[in-house]
Ligand binder design. Structure first.
Ligand code: OFO
Length: 170
């Protein structure tokens, strides 16, 4: 049986994935409202990824016979100053999720719950990939010379187009 302390932390991590999905949903709305449909598409796919992460966790907890508890999702931030700020926020959110996963895995190991730790290994790798792809996107903003003041122009038009071609579930 899963230790109570681990289960509480798992439920918090599950909440984190769902909250992040909802936060991203609001970012995608803002981007679409500002005609950045390609960037919105990228973020929208990220919404799906986070939901899938939450579902995978929920399924694992059910397999372990543990009680999944859902908590309230907070209202997401809906205003941003620029596209760059949105992606900086995504980058920060991924960093926060990565931290939660790592401490959850540490907790599982502390309690010698090998199964949970092995399950969480997938998330550790997934977070590394996500942080890497976000870093690449932020590098492209810099490369294109897009800063917080950039509202229009060829650079942001082209980067929007490029991000819109993200394949489903990278
Ligand atoms: Fe990208 O955060 Fe889930 O794990």
């Amino acid at each position: 049986k899963m230790k109570e302390e681990i289960l509480i932390a798992f439920n918090q991590a599950l909440h984190g994935e769902l909250q992040t999905a909802y936060d991203y949903e609001a970012m995608a709305l803002w981007l679409r409202y500002n005609s950045l449909d390609g960037m919105a598409q990228w973020v929208q796919l990220q919404v799906e990824e986070e939901r899938a992460h939450a579902q995978k966790m929920r399924e694992y907890l059910e397999i372990r016979g543990a009680k999944v508890a859902l908590s309230a999702i907070a209202q997401p931030r809906s205003e941003f100053s620029s596209a760059l700020e949105v992606f900086e926020e995504v980058y920060k959110a991924e960093g926060r999720v990565a931290k939660v996963i790592l401490s959850l895995r540490e907790l599982a190991l502390k309690h010698q719950d090998e199964g949970a730790a092995i399950f969480l290994n997938w998330y550790v790798t997934e977070q590394e990939e996500e942080e890497m792809s976000l870093q690449t996107i932020l590098d492209k903003f810099a490369l294109a010379g897009i800063n917080h003041e950039t509202k229009s122009g060829a650079a942001i038009y082209l980067l929007d187009k490029e991000l819109g071609s993200r394949p489903n579930f990278s």
